[in-house]
Design a protein around this ligand. Structure first.
Ligand SMILES: [Ca+2]
Ligand SMILES: [Ca+2]
Length: 327
């Protein structure tokens, strides 16, 4: 059992109450047929949550305690035992975790028909099964101990935890390049999570027409493909970034395609198998031309934003033309 807590303000000073699941059944009121009828309260407790989850992916579990009566239940004590590897993010209602068990605040009086609900938010840390089992006791005799002693089907929720790491690999470059000029491809492989990605390898299928000038990150060029050294682990949210500098051809367009592979399961193949638009960068070869960037309509006027791709002034010149639509 490995369990850690990131609670900022753990409840302090709360006594850890040991649970005996036999207490309720032993207390189940035999009155000997004398005196007034004993109070009874059928407390029902259980856990619900997702049946599957991912390493690093947040899960929320709900603990429910209901008194089905007929009388009020006094001194209700509820606990939830966790099995598996997880980091607890939040425990509601003042519950506190210790030694793998969340002890919920005692309920002095749970009226007939009343329900108390608690939640646990956590992140699984490893593949396997994560189980949460809730049990409860009360000072009031319970005619049906089997539905709250932790033995019922509803007492336990089990989550199958697997690795899922969505790596997204993209390339970007200038849309237009002058003939024979240098062009930089920026390649980024980002793990969108939720799990860490393993053995991530990024490659770049260069356009046949370009000449490689420089590759960062130790990438090796072979047969027009740049392959970078494998990253053993890429944490959720982390990125690998590389640049490839090439000399553009004199005639375009030309397209660069990037891909990545990993040993961890990837639920979204299309954003890193080279098929998606963001995994491709197509550049045009241009010189001293105007290119429409955007067109828009504003009231009675149409507007076009155009870019001067030439080098007359050294830098690209952007102008916006407003033309009366009725002309
Ligand atoms: Ca019961
Ligand atoms: Ca992916």
């Amino acid at each position: 059992m490995k369990l850690s807590s990131r609670q900022k303000n753990p409840i302090r000073g709360m006594a850890f109450v040991g649970i005996s699941i036999f207490a309720a059944s032993c207390g189940g009121g035999s009155n000997g047929g004398t005196g007034p009828p004993a109070s009874q309260a059928d407390v029902v407790s259980g856990t619900s949550g997702q049946e599957s989850g991912a390493v690093g992916g947040e899960l929320t579990y709900t603990v429910t305690v209901t008194n089905n009566g007929p009388n009020a239940a006094t001194a209700v004590v509820v606990s939830t035992a966790l099995t598996g590897s997880a980091t607890i993010l939040e425990i509601s209602g003042g519950g506190a975790e210790g030694s793998g068990t969340v002890q919920w605040p005692g309920i002095a009086n749970l009226g007939s028909g009343e329900t108390s609900i608690f939640t646990i938010r956590l992140v699984p840390n490893a593949e396997g099964t994560l189980s949460l089992r809730t049990s409860s006791t009360s000072d009031t005799p319970d005619p049906t101990p089997g539905n709250n002693d932790g033995s019922s089907q509803g007492a336990t929720v089990s989550t199958t935890v697997s690795v899922r790491a969505d790596v997204r690999t993209t390339v970007s470059a200038d849309r237009v390049v002058k003939p024979g000029a240098q062009l930089v491809y920026t390649v980024i492989a980002k793990n969108l999570g939720p799990s860490p990605a393993s053995s991530v390898q990024v490659s770049d299928e260069l356009p046949a027409a370009v000449t490689v000038v420089d590759v960062t990150g130790g990438g090796v060029v072979s047969s027009g493909v740049v392959t970078w050294p494998e990253a053993a682990t890429l944490a959720s949210g982390d990125s690998l970034a590389f640049d490839v500098t090439v000399t553009a051809p004199f005639v375009g367009p030309f397209t660069n395609i990037v891909r990545s592979s990993a040993s961890s399961p990837d639920p979204v193949a299309s954003n890193n198998d080279g098929s998606g638009s963001t995994s491709r960068a197509t550049s045009l070869v241009g010189y001293d031309t105007l290119r429409v960037i955007t067109g828009s309509q504003n009231g009675e006027q149409f507007g076009w934003e155009v870019e001067n791709l030439g080098d007359i002034d050294g830098d690209a010149l952007v102008e916006e033309l407003q033309i009366d639509r009725h002309r």
